[in-house]
Design a protein around this ligand. Structure first.
Ligand SMILES: Nc1ncnc2c1ncn2[C@@H]1O[C@H](COP(=O)(O)OP(=O)(O)OP(=O)(O)O)[C@@H](O)[C@H]1O
Length: 586
């Protein structure tokens, strides 16, 4: 149960001054509080003994007011100290998690779904922060404060009465231990269900348009209701176990009061205790209610904290399983060579790239075509270091690919993925993402090369137009071209367009390809596409089928081979001519 505190030790150490100060303030605050019943006892004994006068009353009043002011200041200090520490922990853990996630690659995100990661990054980290804030308060209250109270009861009133009063509380510890373990298990199950709800929400928000188009709202609502009901039931179980703690405390506390009253009265009657002692004892006993409840709170919060810690550790300790130990720097990409190269995804039954031989000279344009699922993107992913590198040889210049440092490799590549990712920022910021210090002239040049200039002119705020969630919605073709401009501005050694021209018309596609060829002399470019016109000018085109290279050559050579490429080209030409005849945009 205390393992969560052990695991948070690094944080308590880092903020040792803040926690020490808070604990001292909390201890002193508690001490001030326990002095009050002691003084009340003295006042009552003064009255009973007939020695109370104005002077003594004034003195008691001043001490009371001083204690109240001091308690206020001390309480403020520790509450602020502990709870600001909790926020600091949240901030730190979230930044750490974000750094970890940004380092992870594809296999990691196949293992943990976005909704699950969000649940762990929000609610579980908040639970951990509660442990560092409220948890520390109840830890101190249930140990130091309770200890001070019991000591005061023993020293100032009677050890015998104190022992007799505490005895009925012992069986309570057994109940707490048993229920604590139950809370741990139930809370973890509830958190898993919360992750699932998060995943469903994300999927629904993302897919709203498709859900509505297929009139599947009711199905999704039903499924979501079932999931939220499951979460409700599991949280209910947590609440049910948690609810046992409060009444249990009250029952045992009640027993203590009965013992205190009966045994206390007997001691007063026998002359061992004064009336003032007896009243002070009752006040102390009343004050132990919160520290004893705090014991139950402590168990609750530490158990929940442990479960959340396990969930956070699971994603922080997990890696994408990809070994990155390359040492070589790279500033220029020379030839890229694959030799008898094979690759298979971890979850795939068959080989996804098979006996691949490919020699891509520096500065050349390579076209990759082939049926869907033939392995085009898989080959690109190897270049992007997104999955484990396959077997056989894969060299870049003088070294094997794995011998290079991963960040250095990524700096060499400008990548336009199939699924365009634009940030909810301005057009300028989205494009300058590829080159931080880019001037507006450079941004405009890459916009022209990506054939986005005319579209930009129609945007009222030009480069400052906000796109994405908070800004205007833009078409698929516009998204593709902003993504291309972002890659072009980086002027990378290798430019990769992965089916990135599918949403633009044939004329725009032609312009973009010509611009790319113009601005990327002596730099390598790779284009995967379904539309063969996009790679007509490539220095080499490979046709992939089932992870293998089926045909290769220039456009003219492939046409002469009269294979898949030839047939596909004819088909696409006929289609394009038909479109022309109909007078539609080419
Ligand atoms: N992450 C993955 N895990 C397991 N198998 C995968 C994964 N990604 C792709 N595959 C499989 O690998 C094969 C090649 O897929 P790939 O995405 O490379 O095809 P592609 O030629 O790019 O297709 P498309 O033209 O439709 O984009 C397919 O059979 C696909 O199902």
């Amino acid at each position: 149960m205390f393992d969560v505190i052990k695991k948070l030790k690094f944080f308590f150490k880092e903020n040792a001054l803040q926690y020490t100060f808070s604990f001292i303030a909390l201890g002193l605050g508690n001490l001030c509080a326990v002095l009050i019943p002691y003084i009340v006892g003295m006042i009552i004994d003064d009255i009973v003994n007939g020695i109370m006068n104005t002077q003594r009353l004034q003195m008691y009043s001043i001490v009371f007011i001083a204690l109240i002011i001091l308690t206020y200041l001390l309480d403020f200090s520790w509450v602020f100290g502990l709870f600001s520490g909790a926020y600091k922990l949240q901030k730190q853990m979230r930044s750490k998690m974000m750094r970890h996630l940004l380092r992870m690659r594809a296999p990691y995100f196949e293992r943990f779904r976005t909704g699950d990661l969000m649940a762990r990054g929000t609610q579980d980290i908040r639970t951990l922060a509660d442990t560092a804030g409220y948890g520390m308060e109840v830890l101190m209250t249930s140990t130091v404060y309770l200890g001070v109270l019991v000591t005061m009861m023993g020293i100032t009133v009677s050890w015998a009465l104190t022992a007799a009063t505490i005895l009925p509380l012992v069986p309570m510890i057994y109940v707490f231990r048993k229920k604590g373990a139950e809370i741990d298990e139930r809370y973890e199950t509830a958190q898993k269900s919360f992750s699932k709800v998060n995943e469903d929400v994300l999927e629904m928000v993302d897919g709203t348009r498709v859900i509505r188009a297929y009139v599947k709202e009711e199905d999704f609502i039903k499924k979501f209701k079932k999931q939220t009901e499951d979460l409700y039931n599991k949280n209910n179980l947590v609440a049910k176990t948690g609810a046992v703690f409060g009444p249990t405390v009250k029952i045992f506390e009640g027993l203590s009061v009965v013992v205190a009253l009966s045994y206390g009265s007997f001691l007063v009657a026998s002359g061992t205790l004064t009336v003032g002692n007896m009243i002070a004892f009752q006040l102390y006993l009343g004050m132990t209610i919160w520290p004893i409840i705090a014991v139950s709170e402590l168990i609750l919060i530490l158990r929940q904290g442990s479960a959340s810690m396990r969930r956070v550790e699971e994603i922080m300790d997990a890696t994408d399983g990809l070994v990155l130990d390359g040492q070589e720097d790279i500033t220029e990409v020379k030839d890229i060579q694959f030799n008898q190269f094979n690759f298979r995804y971890g979850s795939s039954e068959s080989v996804n790239l098979e006996n691949l031989d490919l020699d891509l000279e520096k500065g050349k344009l390579l076209g990759i075509v082939g049926k869907t699922g033939s392995g085009k993107t898989t080959l690109i992913r190897q270049l992007l270091n997104q999955y484990p590198i396959g077997t056989g040889s894969f060299d870049m210049g003088e070294f094997a690919y794995q011998q290079y440092q991963d960040p250095a490799l990524r700096r060499m590549i400008g990548y336009v993925p199939q699924d365009h990712v634009l940030f909810s920022r301005s057009v300028r910021e989205n494009i300058a993402f590829g080159k931080k210090e880019a001037t507006d002239e450079e941004i405009m040049a890459s916009i022209r090369n990506a054939s986005f200039e005319d579209d930009l002119k129609k945007m009222e705020r030009g480069l400052d137009t906000l796109i994405g969630e908070k800004g205007m919605s833009i078409s698929g073709g516009q998204k593709q071209r902003i993504s291309i401009a972002r890659a072009l501005i980086k002027d990378p050694q290798i430019l990769i367009l992965d089916d990135s021209l599918s949403a633009v018309d044939a004329k725009t596609e032609q312009n973009i390809i010509e611009n790319i060829q113009k601005v990327r002399k002596n730099k390598t470019s790779i284009i995967t596409t379904h539309r063969l016109s996009a790679v007509k000018q490539a220095d080499e085109i490979i046709v992939m089928d089932n992870g293998k290279i089926l045909e290769r050559g220039t456009h003219d050579e492939l046409i002469r081979q009269k294979g898949w490429y030839y047939e596909q080209f004819l088909r696409q030409e006929i289609k394009s001519n038909e479109t022309d005849v109909k007078g539609e945009v080419k």
